[in-house]
Design a protein around this ligand. Structure first.
Ligand SMILES: [Zn+2]
Length: 264
């Protein structure tokens, strides 16, 4: 039964994260006014605001003006619910579970803001970084590892940006490819925050997975003709996906890689 508690908690928080994703980049308060339809401004009653169920019952439309409500609302709630259950299954009743739930929450909100607005707000990523380092002081955890992880995350983005700015951009231009840089200033504290939560070993896995995913999806979109010249693809969602790989499988992947490297 315990997993059901985390499923419901995830669905309810996912519903709240939808509000955050919509309002934080627009610099609106996340508590007031209460949920309303962005089209007809009518207030959404509590029975129309039940995670997943309401969206399905209303068939993804506002009850009053019938304007479609993005399936993003449904997907964010489901995703948060699934990830919360997975975290409970992976970590059980530990301090690590608390940190996993915090990280998942920040990843969902920041990745979706970046996807829509191409920004990762500092006023979420910086408190997230402080939270990552602060909660590493809880009993049985390794605060020094969190600090190294945060440094590694930040340095990686800085190094990637310098590499792009001074080496790759020029090469691409010579090859006639006009590709805008995929990483923005917001990625630096975001990667540092992820590193703070995951620690040095797991953030290495997370960053590697993020780059692999980014290159694969970037090439696939280009091949499918979905991206024009110089179109910007945000890197934040790939960092977030990589962070989930690091969170759930980082230790196993690292152990496997080290065994492989040592040839035993
Ligand atoms: Zn409406």
């Amino acid at each position: 039964m315990s997993w059901a508690v985390f499923a419901v908690l995830g669905l309810i928080l996912g519903s709240f994260f939808n509000v955050c994703i919509h309002r934080i980049p627009r610099r609106q308060s996340i508590v007031a006014p209460p949920s309303h339809c962005p089209n007809c401004r009518k207030r959404i009653a509590f029975y129309d605001n039940i995670p997943v169920l309401s969206w399905l019952l209303l068939r993804g439309r506002c009850r009053h003006c019938r304007r479609p409500i993005s399936p993003r609302y449904l997907l964010v709630e489901l995703l948060t619910g699934v990830l919360f259950v997975a975290a409970w299954a992976r970590f059980g009743p530990t301090w690590e579970l608390l940190r996993a739930l915090l990280l998942i929450s920040l990843l969902v909100v920041l990745a979706l803001i970046d996807l829509e607005h191409l920004i990762i707000p500092f006023r979420l990523s910086i408190p997230g970084l402080v939270l990552a380092l602060g909660t590493a002081l809880l009993p049985g955890l390794d605060p020094l590892d969190a600090l190294w992880g945060a440094l590694a995350g930040g340095c990686f983005v800085l190094a990637a940006w310098l590499l792009w700015r001074y080496v790759l951009a020029g090469l691409f231009r010579k090859m006639g490819v006009d590709q805008k840089e995929g990483m923005g200033g917001g990625d630096l504290p975001f990667a540092a925050m992820i590193g703070g939560f995951l620690g040095l070993g797991r953030v290495a896995v997370a960053l590697f997975a993020a780059v692999l995913l980014g290159v694969a999806v970037g090439l696939a979109l280009r091949w499918a003709g979905r991206t024009g010249r110089g179109q910007e693809i945000p890197f934040g969602p790939f960092l977030a996906a990589g962070a989930l790989v690091g969170l759930f499988a980082g230790r196993e992947i690292l152990a496997w890689y080290l065994r492989f490297l040592l040839g035993s």
